[in-house]
Design a protein around this ligand. Structure first.
Ligand code: CO
Length: 137
């Protein structure tokens, strides 16, 4: 698998509008992108710190995974850690071979045009982990 770096931290929020100004103040920069990912029923907002991004996630439907997270954590919180890998399918296969439980056996499209796949928190000591690869690299 050998991830090169943390691609982003996914942070669940109830409202992008209410949270973006906080992160703009904290990080001293403007949010550079807001994007809806219909497949995952979220709206995302991005900041960049070096090679690592902060991804704010707001649910767009009641059955969104982020809505479920907010039911348990109404104030929001760290939702997932995403590792950058070179080859997404090879990395998911390697994770399965290593005994990790996969949420995605094959990659799907995430925000920012990345190919992504999730590992199940049951097999990662409670942390939801995402692998992602840039198909244009
Ligand atoms: Co993510």
């Amino acid at each position: 698998m050998q991830p090169s770096h943390i691609e982003h931290l996914g942070i669940a929020v109830a409202s992008l509008e209410e949270t973006i100004p906080f992160y703009e103040k904290l990080l001293g920069q403007k949010c550079y992108s807001i994007e809806e990912v219909a497949e995952q029923k979220v709206r995302t907002a991005f900041f960049k710190l070096g090679d690592t991004k902060i991804e704010l996630l707001e649910p767009t439907a009641e059955d969104s995974p982020i809505a479920k997270y907010l039911e348990k954590n109404p104030r929001g919180g760290v939702h997932h850690v995403a590792f950058c890998v070179e080859n997404i399918q090879a990395s998911l296969d390697a994770a399965a071979t290593a005994g990790f439980q996969l949420i995605d056996k094959t990659p799907r499209k995430g925000a920012e045009g990345l190919n992504i796949g999730f590992l199940h928190p049951k097999s990662t000591h409670g942390v939801l982990m995402e692998l992602c690869a840039n198909p244009n690299k």
